[in-house]
Ligand binder design. Structure first.
Ligand code: PEP
Length: 246
């Protein structure tokens, strides 16, 4: 899987150019599950352009409940209304810029499952935590809180993205080996609960993935795809990453 997180980027014109280019190339990339995650305001446009979904799409966040007095928020049901199949949950920018804590991320994961969306659950440690040797502890806490809210069987309908915070939108990226080590920890952790879920779970890596490092990441045993941020502003770079996955 190659998923593109457009963050708070884009305009009507840019989205059209990007998605048209991706749509045209997608047929030749049918061995890759391509998912695009534009801002909420471009979901209608995304649905129109990708109406025959070789490429799937989703949103970057959701809130709890179905129809509530939560000004400025979007429910899972609303995302489904726009043809979304996926939603990011617990992205490091949501956790660290908007202070989403473990309980809220877990509740959002459950809200996504309840709405029949596939959450792409983002996990990751800060540089400080990595230096302190706490990566495994942090990842386990992030997973544990979700299992408490949603139960292990919910993971059957989820995707996990390991996104070390020190590599998001940053100058450095994890080496394939560093990413593989954490992916293996995640799979092993899931395996204590359910080996079938652990074996089939798609675990993506995110954090400065580019066409140049994508192929090496895809070669690792537990890396099943990538979550791309900045790179997919350019359709050409995003498609080069998809090509590396074939
Ligand atoms: C992201 O924000 O999910 C991400 C992977 O960003 P970048 O590729 O820009 O590091």
């Amino acid at each position: 899987m190659v998923a593109g997180n457009l963050k708070m980027h884009g305009s009507h014109t840019q989205i059209e150019t990007l998605l048209e280019a991706i749509r045209q190339e997608a047929q030749a990339l049918s061995s890759v599950d391509i998912v695009v995650l534009p801002s909420f305001v471009y979901l209608q446009q995304t649905q129109n352009i990708l109406s025959n979904p070789i490429v799937e799409w989703g949103a970057q966040n959701l809130y709890l409940g179905i129809s509530e007095a939560f000004t400025g928020e979007e429910s899972g049901a609303m995302l489904v209304d726009f043809g979304c199949q996926y939603v990011l949950v617990g992205h490091s920018e949501s956790r660290h810029v908007f202070n989403e804590d473990l309980a809220l991320v877990a509740a959002k994961f459950k809200a996504a499952i309840d709405a029949k969306l596939q959450p792409i659950l983002c996990l990751g440690e800060t540089l400080e935590e990595r230096k302190q040797g706490e990566t495994k502890k942090i990842i386990s806490q992030q997973l544990e809180s979700v299992i408490q809210a949603a139960e292990i069987k919910a993971f059957r309908h989820a995707v996990i993205a390991y996104e070390p915070i020190w590599a998001i939108d940053a100058g450095s990226t994890a080496t394939p080996e560093e990413a593989q080590d954490v992916h293996a920890i995640i799979r092993k952790w899931l395996g204590q609960y359910d080996s079938a879920i652990a074996n089939t779970m798609r675990i993506l890596y995110g954090g400065r993935v580019e066409a140049d490092n994508a192929a090496d990441l895809f070669r690792m045993a537990d890396i099943d795809g990538v979550l791309v941020g900045g790179e997919w502003l350019e359709a050409k770079s995003f498609l080069a990453i998809c090509q590396a996955a074939c």
